[in-house]
Ligand binder design. Sequence first.
Ligand SMILES: CC(C)(COP(=O)(O)OP(=O)(O)OC[C@H]1O[C@@H](n2cnc3c(N)ncnc32)[C@H](O)[C@@H]1OP(=O)(O)O)[C@@H](O)C(=O)NCCC(=O)NCCS
Length: 332
Amino acid sequence: MTAEPSGTASHARILGIGAYRPSVVVPNSDIVGRIDSSDEWVQQRSGIKERRWAAPEETARSMGVAAAEQALVRAGLDARQIDCVVVATISHFMQTPALATLIAHDLGTEQPAAFDISAACAGFSHGIALANDLVRGGSARHVLVIGVERLSEITDPDDRGSAFIFADGAGAAIVGPSRTPGIFPVVWGSDGEQYDLIRQRDDWRDVITSETPSMPYLQMQGNAVFRWASFAMAKVGLQALDRAGITVDELDCFVPHQANMRITDAMARSMKLPDTVRIARDIAEQGNTSAASIPLALDRMYADGEARTGDHALLIAFGAGLAYAAQVVVLP
Ligand SMILES: CC(C)(COP(=O)(O)OP(=O)(O)OC[C@H]1O[C@@H](n2cnc3c(N)ncnc32)[C@H](O)[C@@H]1OP(=O)(O)O)[C@@H](O)C(=O)NCCC(=O)NCCS
């Protein structure tokens, strides 16, 4: 059993971030032939030049563990200090038990609370919001939040609207107590009326009774998703800044879910972000990794010198559901 968390904390913050990029680099030229498209079209419409896909041995479990190990090192913590593990994923194909339990075990944690959350591309920011409240409420002292996806398995290679978008990878963050505010209030919500805009094409029961069973691919009404994300999410971002008590001029980094470069640009324009705000553009080389995209994008910003300790970063995650969550965090 893990030690009892030692009471409530005034504040929480992210103590370390980790990432894992799988090994297979897939350029647009490998994808476009099957969907009657071109490298130029894909780059212009999505900003994606290439994406990372997992090799067979790079499972959601192994990628999640690798990202978590890096986050632990960067946070200066031992796995035994983690008392809660939250995994955001839509590509763990065992409905139960949770992937979080396996990852917690592989890491050498001491039987912490461990559970998965299903909020698709909004999963990582949901996890950070939960972790903030768990630490501040005294339910956990150190929470490991992982976003991990292996979307290449559920991407239809013949679907012109999505074959070039989705990718694989993992990112992680450790959230722990802090003397000063490090995670500001979340702005979040969902719209079940728009359930069909992005979703798994078939129910598992339809898959197994089909005469030609195949993985239940993701399907998406790209244009409607594009319009929703570009306009509604900019308002959510401004609300999150407001709840953190900062203006766009005080913001250092903007790290939206890496859905599409044009959505990122439209949000930045609509929020009137000044040129001083550094913007995550990981999608160009990584593709859209759903719940993993924000920590992966942050990791690249650190590597490129665009994110620094103490920076205020606005995270906005959004996707199927239509679920979204946004918050300002102080970077570790
Ligand atoms: C998928 C996406 C790039 C498609 O771009 P779009 O401009 O909306 O494309 P549309 O479906 O309206 O089609 C526009 C034209 O491009 C063509 N087209 C569609 N897909 C194409 C492809 N892969 N290659 C070449 N042409 C394509 C269509 O046939 C259509 O041609 P027409 O005007 O001659 O009829 C865009 O909708 C998008 O990025 N949406 C958001 C997706 C996303 O980010 N999802 C993740 C959210 S978590």
